[in-house]
Design a protein around this ligand. Sequence first.
Ligand SMILES: [Zn+2]
Length: 265
Amino acid sequence: MSASAQAHPVVVLAAAAHPDDIEFMMAGTLLRLKDAGAEIHMWNLANGHCGTARHAREEIIRLRAGEVAASAKLAGAISHPPLFDDLAIFYDQPSLARVGAVVRAIRPAIILTQAPQDYMEDHQNTCRLIVTAAFARGMANFTTEPPQPAWDAPLALYHAMPHGLRDGLGRMLEPDLIVDTAPVLARQRAMLACHRSQKEWLDVSQGVGAYLNEMERMRIDVGRMSRRFTHAEGWRRHNMLGFGPDAFNPLQELLKGAAHVTTAE
Ligand SMILES: [Zn+2]
């Protein structure tokens, strides 16, 4: 079976907490999957309303929604609206029901999401909500809000590296899969540059270019870990128990030599 068959493209969902988290940690891989024939979806669970020192709540939500739409358009992605405020992403039943509805509606075969260990609770809670929503995709008695029919197909979940490649206690984490993102670096920078409200904020406080350079620096760090790519993104695949057969690894199948396994399975 060819994973890149055009008639039934592989559906990929990139799900992260805040507007620009996908661009920072996942967009290179997402673009490579798009180029390999996948249908790509982008979803930040929160609206980014705390990401400002100068705009009022409704104004920044509107601004950031526009930035998200511009970035998704550049990527050729389908964008999904946020459900929560920043710092209000909680692992609870009502949130699970809402997140579960979106996962069921999209029907992804690949989910890219945040690391289980990260410096920020919104990131970790997003990861937990997404993992459980995906796990419950086929459970008929798990009711989503709004209701969406259950389905049962293999789904592989990959965790991005945390920001700075360190967990919440500052310990370095090692990826088990590294994707060559050098060919899409310019597009990834263009996507991140769409987040103008964030770029201006960081460039003023940390110097011109700081925002885009920070993203690129992490690509170079992971590229060095790979010993073969100049710019790369690292991933850790979630345990397949409850998600599909262990051999199901569509990210690697689609990207072939551009995805390098760093540890023996
Ligand atoms: Zn974030």
